[in-house]
Design a protein around this ligand. Sequence first.
Ligand code: KG4
Ligand code: ZN
Length: 337
Amino acid sequence: MTTTLLAIESSCDETACAVVRDGREILSNIVSSQINVHTLYGGVVPEVASRIHVENISAVISEALNKAGVTMDEIDGIAYTLGPGLIGSLHVGVQAAKTLAWMYHKPLIPLNHLTGHIYANAFVTELKYPLMALVISGGHTELVWMESDWDFKVIGTTRDDAIGEAYDKVARVLGLGYPGGPKIDRIAKEGKPHYQLPTPKTDTQYDFSFSGLKTAVLQMIAREEKKGETVSVPDAAYCFQETALGMLVGKTTAAVREYKPAMLVLAGGVAANSRLRVMMEEEMKKIPETELVIPPLSCCTDNAAMIGAAGYIAYQHGLFGGLDAAADPGLMMPGEE
Ligand code: KG4
Ligand code: ZN
């Protein structure tokens, strides 16, 4: 018996729907990105995002079903993102999922967006436990320890900005535009270690902090301007990136050494970063007992197939929700409530 799920994701600025079989096989994965619109404003405008979701969601769902070649009759359940994310954006996906569940009498599987990012790795390889996941996106920086399947314990998080947010803010300061992550990633390749930025400190072992870095970049620009010099954007991007990723990789590998997971998986939009991939591979070579899994770029940024992957596990655990569910912008990880 196979399980075919329709998955819906609309937590930020991507309207996405996928059909996934048994959590591993992607029958379709449609993502309608709003990035061109938000680029005009230099960042995601929540009200604009939710309006575009409303315009696109029906077409995205139809396309996902058509491309997969399945009808609603063949769908066993509807997995959807309940939170965290932007309330207006989430609301559109939640309403669409509930409407379809009601119309077609299908079970609903509400999901935490971050579990989706983690289980996106199930498309790459069979997950091995205990597992450590580093979830790095525009809204989150979490080190998640999983003793077994669907068992989440957040052992580290950010004290202030998420790492993706720091990339986006620093890119704006450097005049690179939105989204900042890929732009800094690209331009930093031409940079040199010309500037010194302080490594942010946190008093807890596995927590992160990134907002001080943005301030340090701003202060550095002011200092250079005072001297009558202009800041080299590639050098500033390089120095910011080395400092931010140094902290990320340092704390993650320290946690891996302590917890000794069978597998370390990267997840979320920032996992697409080319320098992070190299740094992580180099450091993890020193800890061969733990297998490193870095998902392909298409699995890193927001999509609905990942919600279908996590949804399959939740479905197996019988974690169904009702028609009374409401979008939860601050939803905690399962077990962390
Ligand atoms: O996971 P995601 O698509 O959406 C959220 O759930 O937030 O992540 C988006 C974030 C943005 O902050 C974006 O700048 C960052 O991921 N990002 C990157 C790269 N590609 C996307 N950050 C660094 N390097 C990249 N190559
Ligand atoms: Zn995401």
